[in-house]
Design a protein around this ligand. Structure first.
Ligand code: KG4
Ligand code: ZN
Length: 337
């Protein structure tokens, strides 16, 4: 079964053709990263305009790459939310029009569920149950997946997402958007114990996260140094901040995996591209006798392949949307069909 999938929730216009939820026949992305860089972050109105310009060429390129046509695909899938409302609307309107014109079923996908399903594409042997840590620019979630189409949120951030903290701190230090890869790069030559920043909700029993206190502590540290005219090492600050984020993510994931007895742990979302997080979680899983899986870099950040993967299992469960489908910038994470 072939699904044409669209993803336009933020600053990537992406279309993919995915077969049986696992095989990528086409994967096309028109990225806007350079456009938003000069503003230091994504400008919603500009993102919407670029999606409008790029969405049809990207869809045509995906169908072309897959060697197929709109008539030959079995369903059209799209990210319904969460995300930027104007950006989401472009994808939703396009998917509705394509599905209507070709008489195909429409499947509405939750963006974060898509991130979780990227691992199913990357790892053909992966089957539920597994535990997933989903860390992106907008969300930080620890989710248990006992079966296809089922998931239980164990914890989530109470304030900022991990990626948001990476982006903000990089910006304060003068680095371009997106800041995550910049911090990752800087941290490689820094001392992760140079500055002891606070670990949010470290001592709590819950699996919830908090990154705003850490973010403020790093920004205060930078401002203090500037006010006193003291120089600081960008690499040391990046490494110390990154260690604090990684420590808390790894600690809570490790505890949840042990409590639930999950032998497979998956990492997903844009921050899953972080090399220190991958290494630390891999070491923890190895020590505990668990398997860690994460997608290749291209499937960590926003892409339509993951939307096509998630949509396949929704379609099998009969979860099909109507032409009244609307974008939902705050779509709640329910996890069940
Ligand atoms: O999943 P994603 O592409 O978009 C959202 O759904 O938010 O995630 C983007 C986030 C940004 O905050 C970006 O800085 C972060 O992922 N990111 C990283 C790395 N690569 C991307 N954060 C830390 N280290 C990286 N290597
Ligand atoms: Zn995302």
């Amino acid at each position: 079964m072939k699904i044409l999938a669209l993803e336009t929730s933020c600053d990537e216009t992406s279309a993919a053709v995915v077969e049986d939820g696992r095989h990528v026949l086409a994967d096309t992305i028109a990225t806007q990263v350079e456009v938003h860089r000069k503003f230091g972050g994504v400008v919603p109105e500009i993102a919407s305009r670029h999606h409008i310009r790029d969405v049809l060429p990207v869809v045509m390129a995906a169908l072309d790459e897959a060697g197929t046509t709109l008539q030959e695909v079995d369903a059209v899938a799209v990210t319904q939310g969460p995300g930027l409302v104007g950006a989401l609307l472009v994808g939703v309107a396009t998917a509705k029009a394509l599905a209507y014109a070709a008489g195909k079923p429409l499947v509405a996908v939750h963006h974060m569920e898509g991130h979780m399903y990227a691992n199913l594409v990357a790892h053909p042997e992966l089957e539920p149950p597994f535990l997933t840590l989903v860390v992106s620019g907008g969300h930080t979630l620890l989710v248990d997946v006992p079966a296809y189409n089922e998931c239980r949120v164990l914890g989530q951030t109470k304030d900022d997402a991990a990626g948001e903290a990476f982006d903000k701190i990089a910006r304060v230090m003068g680095y371009p958007y997106p800041g995550g890869p910049e911090i990752d790069r800087l941290a490689k030559t820094g001392n992760p114990h140079a500055v002891e920043f606070p670990l949010g909700l470290h001592k709590e029993d819950s699996y919830d996260f908090s990154f705003s206190g850490l973010k403020s502590a790093v920004i205060n540290y930078l401002h203090n140094c500037e006010q006193k005219g003291e120089s600081y090492s960008h690499a040391d600050v990046a490494a110390s901040f990154q260690r604090a984020v990684v420590d808390i993510l790894v600690e809570k994931t490790r505890r949840a995996a042990a409590e639930l007895g999950r032998t497979t742990v998956c990492l997903a979302g844009g921050v899953a591209a972080n090399s220190a997080l991958r290494e630390a979680l891999a070491a923890a899983c190895l020590a505990d006798g668990r398997t860690l899986l994460y997608p290749p870099l291209r499937l960590c950040t926003d892409n339509a392949v993951m939307i096509g993967a998630r949509a396949y299992y929704q379609y099998l469960a009969g979860d099909v949307a109507g032409q009244d489908l609307n974008a939902d910038p705050r779509l709640p994470f329910t996890g069940t069909v």
